[in-house]
Design a protein around this ligand. Structure first.
Ligand code: DLL
Length: 435
């Protein structure tokens, strides 16, 4: 297997990739038009017929889909095949409104697992590896997706699911896990727990980690790499597009290759919907080129991102996306200033704090307030109130420089912020509750 899982396609020339995409999009639009009345109506409203789509260049003629459409069409309205041809569903946690439910035929599961297998091999995985899958198993796509990819590569797969950190550590040590897969926040917590138990980063057999499902910064990557003694790779995906594996990092660790033979990516202006040229920052939009059961065309992810087609030293030719820079819907506007949680995290780590924090936004007397509780590490804790206050002031200053607005910092004792076993909840925006 070597360096690639599917060398031919992963290193195909631009012309070869375009040829595949052009063939697939024509078939896919026809498939959707014939089998998904919801989308056929959207196309009819826009006056677009399947014959108008002759290549991926024509994709911009197609209407967008958004989470609102998924909710409207819940549960079966976007299904592209008979339910009897489906073998699986997955779903988002959907805290508000109805959940997103995605359907899979066996063909869809196979192509999804293949995408995950590419990611595992790109992170150095071979059949000699022991993969500890600590993403949640169940409706969430993380566990099953990576699990399937791991088995395709031939790794010994430990289906741990998330949580039960004691047991995670025991299996990791006893069975010699070499690759850890989970959310970056859980990886950081596992690193912290190992240190507490007196383990050094060299005591485990881990060599790599494949982390995604939530935003994380380069600083956090370095923290995790240090605490676990590994190389940490990013992986991206969303339930609507099948799950993890839409894009993944290679050994260069500089952006994620999008599996372009299965997903066509665009960047649009989130306000106007206009397609932006390569290299522009905007909202990421995906078209699945060959999924059968849940074949979303021009799905608006809300993830803010940049695409680049620079030559990658790993030899893979597929276009790269940067780490999502936030979501067009998680961006907070506080006193008129755009604030991303990742900026706050960057400051915390630069200033020597752990990424265990909680952001609370509120509105008092028509003025937005931003409070950030930050956990101290045992060595940073002090009984002297004046020490703590001085540290809080210093951190407030550093935040003001980065964000353009000054938050109120609350340094709190070690271990007082709840740890996550899945996606960390880092923002409580109380302003929404007043609407
Ligand atoms: O989080 C799928 C996944 C599982 C990806 C495991 C990677 C690993 P959803 O729950 O539907 O699916 O959430 C999708 O999570 O639109 C992004 O906003 C965010 N996200 C996913 N991966 C990353 C990442 C899974 N690597 C939403 N970096 C997406 C930043 C990410 N954000």
């Amino acid at each position: 297997m070597g360096k690639y899982y599917q060398e031919e396609i992963e290193t195909a020339s631009r012309e070869e990739i375009l040829k595949i995409q052009n063939e697939k999009i024509v078939k896919q639009v026809k498939h959707v038009y014939e089998n998904v009345p919801y989308y056929r109506n959207l196309m009819d409203e826009k006056g677009v017929k399947p014959e108008d789509i002759k290549s991926v260049d024509d994709i911009k003629k197609l209407p967008f889909l958004s989470k609102a459409d998924l909710r409207d069409a819940y549960p079966y309205g976007l299904l592209g095949t008979d339910l009897k041809n489906c073998v699986r569903i997955h779903s988002t946690s959907g805290t508000t409104g109805r959940r997103v439910v995605a359907f899979y035929t066996q063909h869809d599961v196979d192509l999804w697992e293949e995408c995950c297998a590419r990611a595992i091999v790109a992170a150095g995985g071979t059949k000699d590896d022991v993969i500890q899958v600590a993403y949640g198993y169940g409706l969430f796509t993380g566990g099953f997706g990576v699990h399937g990819g791991s088995q395709k590569v031939g790794c010994l797969t430990l289906p741990m699911s998330s949580g039960n950190t004691e047991r995670q550590i025991q299996f990791m040590m006893d069975l010699g896990s070499t690759i850890l897969c989970c959310t970056p926040s859980y990886a950081a917590f596992i690193g912290e727990s190992l240190a507490e138990k007196g383990y050094k980063p060299t005591d485990n057999k881990l060599k790599a980690g494949i982390f995604g499902a939530e935003p994380w910064t380069e600083e956090m990557r370095r923290e995790i790499e240090k605490s676990l003694g590994i190389k940490a790779y990013d992986i991206y995906g969303l339930t609507e597009s099948s799950g993890p594996g839409v894009a993944y990092e290679c050994e260069e660790q500089k952006g994620m290759h999008i599996n372009e033979d299965h997903f066509y990516a665009e960047i649009i202006d989130p306000d106007t919907g206009e397609t932006l040229p390569e290299g522009s920052k905007g909202e990421l939009v995906f078209t699945s080129l060959d999924k059968e059961a849940f074949p979303l065309l021009r799905y608006r992810t809300k993830d803010i991102c940049v695409l680049t087609r620079e030559k990658c030293a790993c030899g893979r030719t597929h276009i790269k996306m940067c780490k999502p820079m936030g979501r067009s819907d998680d961006m907070m506007i506080i006193r008129g200033v755009n604030v991303f949680p990742s900026q706050i995290e960057t400051v915390l780590i630069k200033e020597g704090y752990t990424p265990n924090y909680l952001i609370e936004v509120d509105r008092v007397k028509n003025t937005d307030t931003l409070d950030i509780s930050v956990e101290l590490q045992p060595g940073q804790f002090s009984d002297k109130v004046s020490d703590i206050q001085a540290k809080e002031k210093a951190l407030e200053g550093a935040m003001r420089t980065m964000l353009g607005i000054g938050p109120k910092i609350h340094l709190v004792p070690p271990k007082s912020i709840a740890r996550s076993e899945g996606k960390a909840v880092r923002v409580i925006d109380k302003r929404k509750l007043h609407d």
